[in-house]
Write a protein of this length. Structure first.
Length: 129
C-alpha cells in the first residue's frame, strides 16, 4: 500500500502513464467530459473533493509546464482564478467554449466535486530534467 501521495489507484495509475506534452483536464462537477480521454471521476458530493484539493494533489506529483483556463473564471470565480494564477506556470486563457474543445485532446480528465463555476484547467505535462 502506498504511504503518501495520490492514494486513489485509478488516478495514481493514470498519472504514472503521463508523458511530456500530455494534457490533464482538472474540472469541476459541471464541466462536460469529452468522450476520448481517460476519466477518473472523484466527485462524491457537491464540493467534495474541491478543485483546490485535487489540483494541489496533482501538482505535487506532476511536472507541469503550462496550463490553460477559461477567461470567464476571472469574473465568475475569483478565488479559483487566484488559485490558478498562483499555482499554474505559464497560465493562458481562452474562452470556456475553446477550453471544452481543447479538452478533447487531453489524455486524462480528473473530475472533482467542485460546485463553483469555471473551476477548470487544462494542464500540460513537462519533464523533470
Amino acid at each position: 500500500m502506498k504511504r503518501s501521495g495520490i492514494l486513489n489507484r485509478h488516478l495514481a495509475g493514470a498519472v504514472a502513464e503521463l508523458g511530456h506534452g500530455d494534457g490533464v483536464l482538472v474540472c469541476d462537477a459541471g464541466m462536460p467530459v469529452p468522450a476520448g480521454p481517460r476519466l477518473v471521476d472523484l466527485a462524491f458530493r457537491a464540493g467534495v473533493p474541491s478543485f483546490a484539493e485535487v489540483l494541489d494533489g496533482l501538482l505535487d506529483e506532476l511536472v507541469v509546464e503550462a496550463g490553460t483556463a477559461a477567461r470567464e473564471v476571472r469574473s465568475a470565480n475569483p478565488s479559483a482564478a487566484e488559485l490558478l494564477r498562483e499555482r499554474v506556470p505559464s497560465l493562458s486563457y481562452v474562452t470556456h467554449e475553446e477550453l471544452k474543445t481543447l479538452s478533447a485532446d487531453a489524455k486524462l480528465v480528473v473530475r472533482t466535486g467542485e460546485a463553483r463555476p469555471y473551476a477548470n484547467v487544462l494542464l500540460r505535462c513537462g519533464v523533470f530534467f
